[in-house]
Structures are given as C-alpha cells and as structure tokens.
Design a protein around this ligand. Structure first.
Ligand SMILES: O=C(O)CCC(=O)C(=O)O
Length: 278
C-alpha cells in the first residue's frame, strides 16, 4: 500500500529513473524557507558556498525538520521501504546572468554509496523553470552501464570537479523537470542529469535531499554520517547526525564541519584538484 505516490508515479520512477513534479510544500511555507536562507546570506555577506552547501540541514533547524518531514519521507518510503537514511542535503543556487550550469553526470560515480538505491529529491525554493535552468534528465540511463566521465573543472560548472559525461549523451531524448516553488522532482542516483544557465531575472534556488535505505554503505570514505529519518538502522554503516535543537545550534554546526568535510573527501576521491569548488 503506497503512502504518498500513485502507482503510476512509482512505475515511472522505477522504469524511467525520475518523476516530476510532486507537490510537497505550500508556496507560502517555502517562501519562508527562502527568506531564512537569504537572511543568513545577508548576515554573512555572501551566498551559501563551499562546505556550507553540503549537509546544510545541520546548519538550519527548519531544514533538518524538512529532512525528517512526513510529507517527504512518506514519498521515500514508497520507493525505498521502511528503514530510511538521509545522506546529504545540498544547496543549488544558480544566480541569474552568471552562466552557471551543471554538466551531464551520474551521481553514482562520485558519492561512494553502494548496497542500496539512492534517491534525490530536489525541492524548489524559487521558480525553477526551463528559462531559469531547471534540471533535465535522460530517462532510462539509470538502467544502463555507468557512463564515462571526465573531470573538466570549468569555472561556471557548479559540480565539484566539473565532471562531465563525454560520450553517449543524446540531448534529443532529454526531459526537462520545471518546478514551481514547493514542488519536488525525484531522480535515481544513476540517472544522467544536467541543467543549463539561469536566464531569468531571479535566483534559481533549490535543495537536493539524498535518501537511501539503511542497508546502504559508504565505499569510499573511512567515516560518514546520515540522518535516520524513519524506521530502524540495523546496519550502522553511518553515524547518525544529531537533530538540530534550535536555529544557530552550535553543537550541530560543529558536527556539520566534520560531516561536510567527510562528504568533501568522498566527492573529490581520486581527483587531481581537491579544492576546485568546496
Ligand atoms: O540543481 C541543479 O541544476 C543540478 C542538481 C543536481 O545535479 C542534483 O541534484 O543531483
């Protein structure tokens, strides 16, 4: 019995590797989250950057609450089963007029996660239209062999090492996933995806949440963490991240520094340049 997704949505997710859009958070609520990010950015004098973009739920109580929110976790339970971890939250703010983009890539090549499906839920905090550079996916690529990537380190590429699939991309099969604020897209960790520059007048702001079953493992890092968001963890492959007690929680911020550094090590594993973006 499904909790949140329709049978047809789950079938599409399994067969094509993505499903979008899903209405999750009311627009007024998501406006508040955007305002909190922008207040934080105004106070620090610049956008969230570097390690702040990863494991970001440890820096904001509202985001830690969202990671554990039934409106999202029920969707994950339909896909992943009853015992669920959230490995990471990652902020994607694409400023207008900057040419920032995301090259075609498969996250499975870079996250070191093995032993279970991983699902990315990408929540729009602003209008993520085609004009604003929403994500595009190549349906079905999650079922094929891993595609060959190269690290190209272009300045405007938002990916850590500018990793890019250099063969086998047929853009004529790409599907755009435009989202309104509060909507989510879902995609499989092995699905090829990308996004173009933001040609709108507003920032394109989104947060991706990376969920997996408790049996998943980290095959690259020595130590890694994840939030237990539902059910039981009988495997203990990841240290459980603490809940954020209040906005500005200093203990959670200290934990963030360690946890985000562990993600940095995983993302740059084997890379020539370890400081390109994080
Ligand atoms: O935000 C984007 O345009 C790309 C996001 C992405 O690559 C991801 O969430 O896996």
């Amino acid at each position: 019995m499904l909790k949140a997704l329709r049978t047809e949505a789950l079938r599409q997710f399994q067969e094509e590797g993505y499903y979008s859009p899903v209405d999750v958070i009311p627009a007024e609520e998501v406006r508040e989250y955007r305002a909190r990010v922008e207040e934080f950015e105004a106070a620090q004098g610049g956008p969230l950057g570097g390690l702040q973009r990863n494991k970001t739920h440890l820096l904001f109580k509202w985001l830690d609450d969202l990671v554990h929110d039934d409106r999202i976790v029920d969707i994950m339970e339909d896909i992943l089963g009853p015992d669920i971890l959230c490995w990471n939250t990652l902020v994607w703010t694409k400023e207008p007029g900057t040419g920032q983009y995301v090259s075609w890539h498969q996250d499975s090549n870079y996250w070191g996660l093995a032993g279970g499906e991983v699902v990315t839920a990408w929540l729009a905090l602003s209008e993520a239209s085609e004009e604003a550079g929403c994500m595009r996916v190549l349906p079905g690529t999650h079922l094929g062999p891993p595609l060959k990537h190269e690290d190209l380190y272009q300045d405007n590429n938002m990916l850590t090492r500018g990793q890019e699939i250099t063969q086998g991309i047929d853009e004529s099969h790409a599907v755009a996933m435009p989202l309104k604020p509060g909507q989510m897209s879902l995609h499989n960790i092995r699905l090829a995806h990308a996004s173009g520059p933001n040609l709108s007048d507003d920032r394109r702001m989104g947060i991706s949440f990376h969920y997996m079953p408790a049996k998943a493992m980290q095959s690259v890092g020595q130590w890694d963490s994840a939030a237990l968001v539902r059910g039981e963890d009988r495997f203990n492959h990841f240290e459980h991240t603490p809940r954020v007690a209040a906005e500005g929680d200093a203990d959670a911020a200290a934990y963030h520094a360690k946890a985000a550094e562990a993600v940095r090590q995983v993302l740059y594993h084997g890379a020539e340049n370890m400081t390109a973006k994080l």
